[in-house]
Design a protein around this ligand. Sequence first.
Ligand code: ATP
Length: 495
Amino acid sequence: MADLASRITKPADDAAPASEAPAAEAPAATDAAAAETPVGDAQNDGAVESLGGSGLQEPGYEVEITLSDLQQNESTPFHSATTWEDIGLREELHKGLLALNFLKPSKVQGKSLPLMLSNPPTNMLAQSQSGTGKTAAFVTAILSRVDFSNPDQPQALALAPSRELARQIEEVIRAIGHFVQNLKIAPAVPGALPRGEPVRSAVVVGTPGTVMDIIRRRQLDVSQLKVLVLDEADNMLDQQGLGDQCMRVKGMLPKTIQTLLFSATFPEKVLQYANKFAPNAHSLKLQRSDLTVKGISQMFIDCPNDTTKYDILCRLYGLMTIGQSVIFVKTRESANEIQRRMVGDGHKVSALHAAFDGSERDELLAKFRSGESKVLIATNVIARGIDVSSVSMVINYDIPMKGRGDTEPDTETYLHRIGRTGRFGRVGVSISFVYDKKSYDALSSIATHYGIDLVKLDTDDWDEAEERVKDVIKKNRAQAAYAPSATDPQKTGAA
Ligand SMILES: Nc1ncnc2c1ncn2[C@@H]1O[C@H](COP(=O)(O)OP(=O)(O)OP(=O)(O)O)[C@@H](O)[C@H]1O
């Protein structure tokens, strides 16, 4: 396995090589370089595309496009839309997108929407980096397919792996569908729907367990469902996790349903299963080397031992609260324990994990979204999909691991966790803590997997380390003030 040392980028102005890592020959991390660019010019390396009103820019990346057999006919050339007009959306949706200041489609939106909206409806598998607008892509597809003259009849179903993400998707549907008459959305998450009452909404968004329950209890009439979306599809189809539930839900739906799978990651072993779940799908896929978001400066701290991790975390508190931060830990117990200690040491932090009940979880995330709470200690429950544009720092207090007995680094979860920052062309910082051989090796293999050059933060020179991080975070703050987000309540006109 390649050593982390070979993936460390030596800070340009740092003369001394990192202690246990010889100065790397690798070129300066593009992530760190992005942090040096002026606000509004993030990642302006010539390979970016301006997205108009937001003032932000989308990273340039190439997607490999595979048209389904149906569309491989040369007389129907593949189009990637560059304006909303190209896509030919309903007037109300176009208005909704513009009201959010989404002046033009992002790449994944421009490429996937013409395919998702073409007739006859065809399945889709779409991969694009975290924070590049996948939600608006499938939400626009859903709202385009629904017949709102029949507003009480369930017609579209979106599934997500957590209640938080399902709730967020609900908000994005509400925001993009702001001008749609008779838009009704049913949140199928624990505790949200009145028991026993039939669902009378055209769009249903929820978690697979609850959706399975309401279908079984005949609360949800699935007979007219036309579109099924799986957000975070690789996670949803993972047979160790939610795969079984999703398969059972799918088995209860009309055979002709158009199935849309979205995620930033599609590991090979899930892909095969995905192809069965959504056969003959159009697919937009990324090369592994294009998976990381260039605006995220990925750093790590080599902590002397497990017990010093906590002290180092506390030293970072000042930086965490310049913007907003998420600290990812492995277990609920450690989330609680770190929160208790930090609060005891005078810091203001909240913990969020699946042991809280539904309404508490909603409230905790609402407070984080509004900026009332700035630092969230969380388990993987919010590792995927959660979109809070002012998150400028993500800390991997524990390196994500998977497999029986946590034997393997969880490369996908790493990417999703750090993707909570650097949303839609913004910059952000991720700091991963290593403290022993296992965590060091795990981070090494994650770095090798994605070809990332990690910057080592030297805790012997704390001032220098702080300056380095502060530089990036301040740029995120400035960018966040410019651009709205469909789920940032204070900044969105339409929501
Ligand atoms: N066309 C657009 N123009 C401007 N901003 C946009 C556009 N589309 C989406 N956004 C913004 O980009 C941000 C990220 O979008 P979204 O949450 O859909 O990303 P994602 O690709 O689903 O990420 P993840 O993989 O983390 O789930 C959101 O704040 C959203 O408001």
